[in-house]
Design a binder for this molecule. Structure first.
Ligand SMILES: [Zn+2]
Length: 318
């Protein structure tokens, strides 16, 4: 039985609460590097194709009216963008915004092939005259996983906890996209230089891990990459921001840039063609509790309050 909508948004919903803990224990939550790979892949595979169909399997994740969906059918996709933990698909001045939250995953499939389990939304794109090269990441050009231009292709969104959202925002409609407005600059934004970083960080207090995960400080970092950034910076996750020396603030900035660039380069090699699977095995400290630190050899510590894993090295993170 589907509970009434007022209950479905309640975080204490026993189904959602149990499912979230189960999912967090076994899976990774999409963060900026994961979504950058999806943005680059979907830009290459889908731009130039018309939206042929929109199938809503789980109405809870969709914020759109039937009329709005009908009006978008047949319109070609112009570009795909990432901002923080959101992907935006532009059709002229209208857009689809997807925020996968904790458990949403996106993949590509050919119509008629086996669906992803717990599919929530399927967007079917029709054939296109030719692939667009402009604005396409070089690693995607002539990639084997890109469907033929003559084929239709499905963008499949699955979400076991149905906490993510797929918003259709037509031009002129002020539909709120939860979490969008309050985002700080993207963690990998070249404009986030050291001076900007220093000015922003001075406004945040509390522990470093929590600060990095705070989307109003920088957008796109979550539970996994905050561990990686702190390891790269040599800083312990529970240090207070106010305790940082100026050179440690600088080290955190440099580590953020390095980890974002390094992880995207790794994921380009490791993710395709299964875009719906979060790849994390290459990380250096996150979920590596009990194994030797790759930098100093100390056994990595790990705790998981509330299902969210924090891993760090007591030997070289101070
Ligand atoms: Zn270490």
């Amino acid at each position: 039985m589907v509970p009434p909508s007022s209950e479905r948004h309640n975080g204490s919903d026993p189904f959602v609460g149990t499912a979230v803990v189960a999912v967090l224990a076994s899976r990774a939550v999409p963060e900026s590097p994961d979504l950058t790979i999806l943005q680059e892949a979907f830009q290459a595979a889908l731009v130039g194709r018309p939206l042929a169909d929109w199938t809503t399997v789980q109405p809870l994740v969709v914020r759109a009216t039937g009329g709005e969906i009908d009006a978008l059918r047949g319109r070609p996709l112009d570009r795909v963008e990432r901002r923080g933990k959101f992907l935006t698909f532009w059709f002229g001045r209208d857009r689809i915004v997807i925020n996968p939250m904790l458990t949403g995953r996106l993949g590509l499939g050919i119509p008629g092939t086996k669906a992803l389990s717990q599919t929530a939304v399927v967007l079917t794109f029709g054939p296109r005259a030719h692939a667009k090269r402009k604005g396409v990441a070089s690693w995607t050009i002539r990639a084997q996983w890109i469907p033929a231009d003559s084929a239709s292709v499905e963008l499949r969104y699955r979400d076991p906890t149905r906490m993510g959202k797929v918003y259709l925002v037509p031009d002129g409609v002020t539909r709120p996209v939860a979490g969008w407005q309050e985002q700080g600059p993207d963690a990998d934004d070249p404009a986030l230089d050291l001076a900007t970083w220093q000015a922003r960080i001075s406004r945040h207090s509390g522990e470093l891990k929590g600060m990095l995960k705070n989307q109003t400080f920088v957008a796109g970092i979550g539970n996994g990459y905050s561990d990686e950034v702190l390891w790269a910076a040599g800083l312990a996750p529970f240090r207070k921001r106010s305790s940082l020396a100026p050179e440690e603030v600088q080290a955190l900035h440099r580590a953020t840039q390095e980890v974002m660039a390094w992880s995207v380069a790794e994921l380009r090699q490791r993710v395709p063609p299964r875009f719906e699977v979060e790849v994390r095995d290459f990380l250096r400290v996150h979920r590596k509790g009990g194994t030797p630190c790759p930098r100093c050899g100390t056994t990595i510590s790990e705790i998981s309050p509330g299902g969210f894993v924090t891993s760090w090295c007591r030997g070289c993170q101070r």
